[in-house]
Design a protein around this ligand. Structure first.
Ligand SMILES: Nc1ncnc2c1ncn2[C@@H]1O[C@H](COP(=O)(O)OP(=O)(O)OP(=O)(O)O)[C@@H](O)[C@H]1O
Ligand SMILES: [Mg+2]
Length: 352
């Protein structure tokens, strides 16, 4: 008997491809230089969107590892932006707030009749989970940030969620996690990764890219730390463990470009007709990278550096009336002064 085949019309197949490529591209534009993370996450979202996610468990469970400021939390926010239109559409559990056993109990609430039942509103309810979905997608994003900081009972609580897709609350109602992706982030092994990297070069504004065997070695260091901390059953229930690599100079420069574009949009949207064009010259960008990035903190300090070195002086100029509406402000680096220099079409003002 000939095998029965179903042909999917080309148009639909192309649409499906476009949707996936779109998800991949949109995430890659927001999360710079971490393709392994996007490669790991996108297929699970795609399987969910196709209606093919397995029943009785979350649609995807990811552990994101690696040094500070390399984009772990940013990845989760970027997925929320792409799926729901806002980086805030995340049910986030800061595990640092659950370091003691009785604090973990707050996540699920006390049983009725127990002391504190009324005061302990569970943090992980079905309503809160549903509230982070949107009209664009019914997939809720859950983030357990800095998972290694939580008391051991958090691991037991999570085991049930990862295994069965449900969580039983203190009042015996259940929370269903089948329509959710769960992310856990951790710095476990990050110190070991940096120790491995640090002696190799003098770090200025970005490490050379870790590729091939060096990258695998760094991932191995992170995974060993995870296996020492978490039980094998727990690790086995994770769909993908992704190790974020330290960012290279090129990636950090691209992140700075993103921040400057964001600052430009902010100026135009907040000041309206009083807005102005911001031009940040190459040597100024290099100085901002030197000030705002390091092997230890990745891109974490860049935003603060831009706030202090660009936004604050610009605000002073705006309030003094130094900037004509629709003019251009050019920021350069004054080598002799060792400081940033701001000039406009109508005035030149040195950075405060
Ligand atoms: N790969 C990246 N792509 C784009 N932006 C990034 C990236 N890495 C870091 N950033 C920028 O740096 C900030 C801090 O990054 P993020 O919060 O993702 O760090 P993290 O890896 O979660 O670090 P931690 O372990 O300290 O929580 C982000 O808000 C973002 O602006
Ligand atoms: Mg983080």
């Amino acid at each position: 008997m000939p095998a029965k085949t179903t042909t999917i019309p080309i148009r639909n197949r192309r649409q499906a491809h476009e949707q996936t490529d779109d998800l991949y591209d949109r995430l890659a534009r927001k999360v710079i230089g971490q393709p392994a993370a996007i490669d790991a996450i996108v297929p699970y979202v795609q399987i969910y969107q196709a209606g093919l996610a397995p029943e009785g468990r979350p649609a995807g469970v990811f552990l994101l590892l690696g040094p500070t400021g390399t984009g772990k939390t940013r990845t989760v926010e970027a997925l929320a932006e792409v799926l729901h239109g806002s980086p805030k559409s995340i049910l986030k559990v800061d595990c640092g707030e659950f370091q003691l056993e009785h604090e973990v109990a707050r996540l699920i609430g006390a049983p009725p009749g127990y002391l504190g039942h009324r005061e302990t509103q569970p943090l992980l309810t079905q309503m809160k989970l549903n509230a982070v979905a949107s009209e664009h997608s019914n997939l809720s994003i859950v983030l357990f940030d800095e998972i290694e900081k939580a008391a051991p009972s958090m691991q037991r609580l999570l085991l049930g969620v990862l295994d069965k897709g449900t969580l039983r609350l203190g009042d015996n109602t259940g929370v269903n996690f089948e329509r959710s992706v769960i992310f856990m982030t951790s710095n476990l092994g990050a110190r070991g990764m940096l120790r491995e990297l640090a002696p190799a070069f003098g770090f200025e504004s970005g490490a050379p890219r870790e590729t091939g065997s060096r990258g695998r070695k760094l991932s191995g260091i992170a995974l060993d730390a995870v296996r020492r901390k978490f039980s094998p059953e727990f690790v086995n229930r994770i769909d993908a463990v992704v190790t974020y690599q330290p960012l290279g100079r090129g990636e950090l420069a691209a992140i700075l470009d993103q921040h400057i574009e964001e600052l430009q949009r902010h100026i135009l949207s907040r000041l309206g007709p009083q807005g102005f064009e911001l031009r940040v010259e190459g040597e100024c960008r290099r100085e901002l990278l030197r000030l705002g990035t390091s092997l230890e903190s990745g891109a974490r300090e860049l935003k603060r550096t831009i706030h202090r070195r660009l936004l604050q002086p610009l605000a002073v100029m705006v309030s003094r009336g130094d900037i004509e509406p629709s003019s251009r402000v050019t920021v350069s680096y004054d080598e002799a002064q060792g400081d940033l220099h701001f000039s406009t079409g109508n005035a030149a003002t040195a950075a405060a």
